[in-house]
Design a protein around this ligand. Structure first.
Ligand SMILES: O=C(CO)[C@H](O)[C@H](O)COP(=O)(O)O
Length: 206
């Protein structure tokens, strides 16, 4: 199980300060959507140069122009970029095609998707890394639960990630579902002691 730290709503320099303090505990570094919107793909490039050994995830949340936007992220140094599961299937297929050609990967963000048939359609279209995600705004009215995990149960050759307000208290309930990637943002980036928070969470997922 891998730990992905999400860098959201942070100034440029803080993104690097955070990673410097948590790098020993995290496997994947995610440049959050808002950070990419604020600073552009230049921050993806600089992060990859600073931490080439880490898997870099660009949370582009693509929903159109799949080929172009995937190439933007991957050419800048991302190993994985995200496309929204509710995007047109053609967009998702285009993202996967570009990533496959570059021997990189697409993470399909299932934000808002609660339908098993839709997920099976995504898998048939080539999706092999799915992210169960409760967004910041949705978190106000509830978090991830067993129902979400049932959506991806028993799928063949598919890796799963889980994201959305995960912290040290909520994590144990997710671990029993054995996702491949645990995505944690605020519980690390907003912690008083980020290094300790990341170390504790990494220790829990081993
Ligand atoms: O994709 C995201 C927001 O769209 C976040 O990166 C993800 O939800 C993790 O952050 P947090 O743990 O703070 O919810």
């Amino acid at each position: 199980m891998k730990l992905q730290v999400a860098l959201d709503r942070l100034p440029w320099d803080d993104c690097f300060t955070v990673i410097e303090s948590v790098k020993d505990s995290v496997d994947f570094i995610e440049i959050g959507t808002g950070v990419i919107k604020e600073f552009g793909v230049g921050i993806i490039k600089e992060m990859k140069q600073a931490y080439p050994e880490k898997t870099l995830v660009a949370d582009m949340k693509i929903c159109d122009a799949g080929k172009h936007e995937t190439a933007l992220a991957l050419d800048a140094g991302a190993d994985i970029t995200t496309v929204m599961g509710f995007a047109p299937l053609q967009t998702i297929k285009d993202c996967i095609e570009v990533a496959n050609q570059a021997d990189k990967q697409i993470m399909v963000d299932l934000l808002g998707i609660r339908n098993r048939e839709k997920i099976e359609e995504l898998v048939e279209s080539g999706a092999d890394l799915l992210s169960l995600h409760i967004g910041k705004d949705e978190q106000k009215s509830g978090g991830l639960d067993a129902e979400h995990f049932r959506l991806v149960e028993g799928l063949n050759d598919v890796q799963t990630a889980v994201a959305g307000g995960i912290n040290q208290d909520s994590l144990p309930a997710f671990l029993e579902h054995r996702p491949d990637v645990i995505i944690v943002g605020s519980a690390i980036t907003k912690a008083k002691n980020r290094k300790e928070a990341a170390k504790t969470i990494k220790g829990m997922i081993k």
